[in-house]
Design a protein around this ligand. Structure first.
Ligand code: GLA
Length: 428
């Protein structure tokens, strides 16, 4: 199999651009955000929800020493079963996703990808059928460059054949990583080309990119362009199972919010990476913070945890209907940081029906819970409570706070590193 040259990619891309141009009107309608086009595959009209193996199970390929936790078909079948039996599917989590390290070391004689035969003895098509039989969808991972980040065969030179292979297997989502690209141009062209190739298969395959993360060292990402090709895109470093990692993602996102927030909308989302709730690194309050802020950020909700071993408290948080409803709000506008003062941060997100979500995060890691007083006239661009609103506390526990008039004050009490998440609804 000869590798596709960059010039050939360029030619194909010319056709892809014409294709996207023709579909501009439909894309605009789907985007729902005037002037911002989205990938017109009709997918991810609200942020994608599912499970992804990477943070919790990484590249564990040792099924001899660690058969329960290695990357194998058994792991994904177990997760799929639990997603149905333990209420995850009913809560909205739909995609069971394979990350890196599922591949054999070589392609087959026809240049097609092959899953590791020991760890996936029945192959990906069989796994997809199993996942579909549970009413769920299957996600897979590949890379725009010569190798995946963990060193398995990458898609460069094989974009069409890989897209077709995934479609033939019944794959529903592709996470496309950005390691080992030859240069900046082939990275960008490769991301675009794969979008086109997936579309050409005729199968609905959600396209999860890491294009801006890998292109940022070369130039500031053009989100108007990225939205036309990807359903969501990673912007920043990989998440780890730690508070410092969650904090870094939040502060980086706030620092870039002027560019990031307008880019998000139905069909295309900023992806701050997986939920690590239910693992080892976050305290209860920090788990609340991750869930609340991922809802404010309209983030895809991919849990990376072990659904076989998860505390009832973490499970209830991840399945909390009111928080999920904020994350999935059909208006599809991403929230932003409104204020940062005295070790508190206030974030807000506009919701449908003139409602607002508001999160107050206490960053002070000294002492106990602290009160934060807010005046209603600063929220919702000044109008969230005009002339009055009902305020419901959603997290850490649900509580009706009552009716507040414009210009009135209210207080929230927030644990160290925790968040209070509120919903403001106009009084009718
Ligand atoms: C990169 C990605 C991660 C994960 C690993 C797999 O680091 O950003 O999300 O997919 O590669 O190797």
């Amino acid at each position: 199999m000869t590798r596709r040259r960059t010039s050939e990619l360029g030619q194909k891309q010319g056709r892809a651009s014409a294709f996207w141009g023709l579909n501009l009107a439909l894309a605009l309608a789907l985007a729902g955000v005037p002037g911002v086009t989205a990938l017109d595959n009709g997918l991810a009209l609200t942020p994608t929800m599912g499970w992804l193996h990477w943070e919790r199970f990484t590249c564990n390929v040792d099924c001899v020493e660690d058969p329960q936790n290695c990357i194998s078909e058994q792991l994904f079948m177990q997760m799929a079963e639990l997603m149905v039996s333990e209420g995850w599917k009913d809560a909205g989590y739909e995609y069971v996703c394979i990350d890196d390290c599922w591949l054999a070391d070589e392609r087959d004689e026809n240049g097609r990808l092959v899953a590791d035969p020991k760890r996936f003895p029945n192959g990906i098509h069989h796994l997809a059928n199993f996942v579909h039989s549970k009413g769920l969808k299957l996600g897979i991972y590949q890379d725009v460059g010569n190798y995946t980040c963990a060193g398995y065969p990458g898609s460069f030179g094989y974009y069409d054949i890989d897209a077709k292979t995934f479609a033939d297997w019944g794959v529903d989502l592709l996470k496309f990583d950005g390691c080992y690209a030859n240069d900046f141009e082939s990275l960008v062209e490769g991301y675009k080309y794969m979008s086109f190739a997936l579309n050409q298969t005729g199968r609905s395959i959600l396209y999860s990119c890491e294009w801006p993360l890998y292109s940022r060292p070369f130039q500031e990402p053009n989100y108007t362009e990225i939205r036309q090709y990807c359903n969501h895109w990673r912007n920043y470093d990989d998440i780890f199972d730690s508070w410092s990692s969650v904090k870094n993602i939040l502060s980086w996102t706030a620092s870039k919010q002027e560019n990031l927030v307008p880019a998000a909308g139905p069909g295309g989302w900023n992806d701050p990476d997986m939920l690590v709730i239910g693992n080892f690194g976050l305290s209860w309050d920090q788990q609340v913070t991750q869930m609340a802020l991922w809802a404010i950020m309209a983030a895809p909700l991919f849990m990376s945890n072990d659904l076989r071993h998860i505390s009832p408290q973490s499970k209830a948080l991840l399945q909390n209907k009111d928080v999920i409803a904020i994350n999935q709000d059909p208006l599809g506008q991403q929230g932003y940081r409104l204020r940062k003062e005295d070790d508190f941060e206030v974030w807000e997100r506009p919701l449908s029906d003139l409602a607002w979500a508001v999160a107050v995060l206490n960053h002070k890691e000294l002492g106990g819970p602290r009160n934060y007083a807010l005046s209603t006239n600063v929220l919702g661009k000044g109008l969230g409570c005009a002339p009055a609103c009902n305020i419901t506390q959603i997290l850490p526990v649900k509580k009706e706070l009552g009716l507040y008039e414009w210009l009135s004050q209210f207080k929230v009490r927030v644990n160290p590193t925790g968040t209070v998440l509120l919903k403001l609804q106009p009084f009718k």
